[in-house]
Design a protein around this ligand. Structure first.
Ligand SMILES: Nc1ncnc2c1ncn2[C@@H]1O[C@H](COP(=O)(O)OP(=O)(O)OP(=O)(O)O)[C@@H](O)[C@H]1O
Ligand SMILES: [Mg+2]
Length: 257
């Protein structure tokens, strides 16, 4: 039975999609069966995984709003990960589900249909705390919060923690925060090191993953090339962090019934 992990932070551009995809490929590389679920209408994860979001006729929108079984939209990429893709259609879902029964549990239902076929289900969420993100949190066992090592990135984290506490209290009591994942860390600047230290002091109740993802232009290049960062000919600083995180997640995997 898969562990379901959502990457969430309502601040944009902190590395949610990059982390979801590269961690997914790193897990697949060590023999894990991985499903990636794109829950962002920008379709960035879908694109990164090698698919053209706007060319896909059927996406997660159809599962959410039209009750299509997830296996009908499932695609597999050349790196061996399965993807439930998204595109701009998904932006309609929040409005169309406003009056739907159990509208916060739609993703839970979809994930439950497939989770016994995987070791890990990784969900990429959009930079907002709306219905789609609530759905992702309701469906997940664990949350990883990517935080870029800059000051503004910290400010949004408290709002996210409040939402997580609410979801835990109402929709999903087993939801755990796996930890804060520092991304875009620049070892050369004092600012980066200060933010890293601040993460520990500002959020003493949370664990901060020791796998700090270094800042590297190779990440943007890898998104453009639609290849995981491990595919680069040279060793990318930061790539190793995803490999180590993958190994730790497997080693410490809790089994959720
Ligand atoms: N470690 C890194 N070093 C440098 N650039 C990075 C790193 N990780 C991600 N990036 C780049 O930063 C940008 C934002 O990353 P990403 O799309 O993963 O963030 P996001 O949190 O998913 O954004 P959004 O909130 O818009 O969905 C991308 O161009 C990506 O290639
Ligand atoms: Mg994203």
């Amino acid at each position: 039975m898969a562990t379901v992990i959502v990457f969430a932070n309502q601040k944009g551009g902190v590395g949610k999609t990059t982390s979801t995809y590269n961690l997914g490929v790193a897990l697949a590389d060590i023999g894990q069966k991985v499903l990636l679920l794109d829950l962002d209408p920008q379709g960035g994860l879908t694109y990164y995984a090698g698919f053209e979001p706007e060319d896909l006729g059927k996406t997660i929108y159809h599962c959410l709003v039209r009750n299509m079984p997830p296996r009908e939209i499932l695609v597999t990429n050349e790196y061996g990960v399965d993807v439930l893709p998204a595109n701009i259609d998904l932006s309609l879902a929040e409005f169309q589900l406003v009056n739907a029964p159990a509208r916060e549990r739609r993703i839970t239902r979809i994930v439950n249909e497939v989770r016994d076929q995987y070791d890990f289900v990784l969900i990429d969420s959009q930079p907002s705390l709306g219905l789609l993100t609530i759905n992702a949190l309701a469906a997940a066992d664990e949350v990883i919060i990517p935080v870029s090592c800059e000051f503004l990135s910290l400010r949004g984290t408290r709002a996210l923690l409040k939402l997580i506490a609410k979801v835990k209290g109402s929709l999903n009591s087993r939801l755990q925060i796996a930890g804060l994942l520092p991304t875009m860390f620049d070892t050369r600047t004092l600012h980066g090191r200060e933010i890293l230290a601040l993460l520990h002091t500002e959020f003493p109740q949370l664990s901060v993953f020791p796998h700090t993802v270094a800042r590297s232009i190779r990440f943007a290049e890898s998104t453009k090339a639609r290849a995981p960062v491990f595919a680069a000919k040279i060793q990318v600083p930061g790539a190793l962090a995803y490999r180590e995180l993958a190994r730790d997640l497997v080693k410490n995997q809790r089994i959720y019934a």
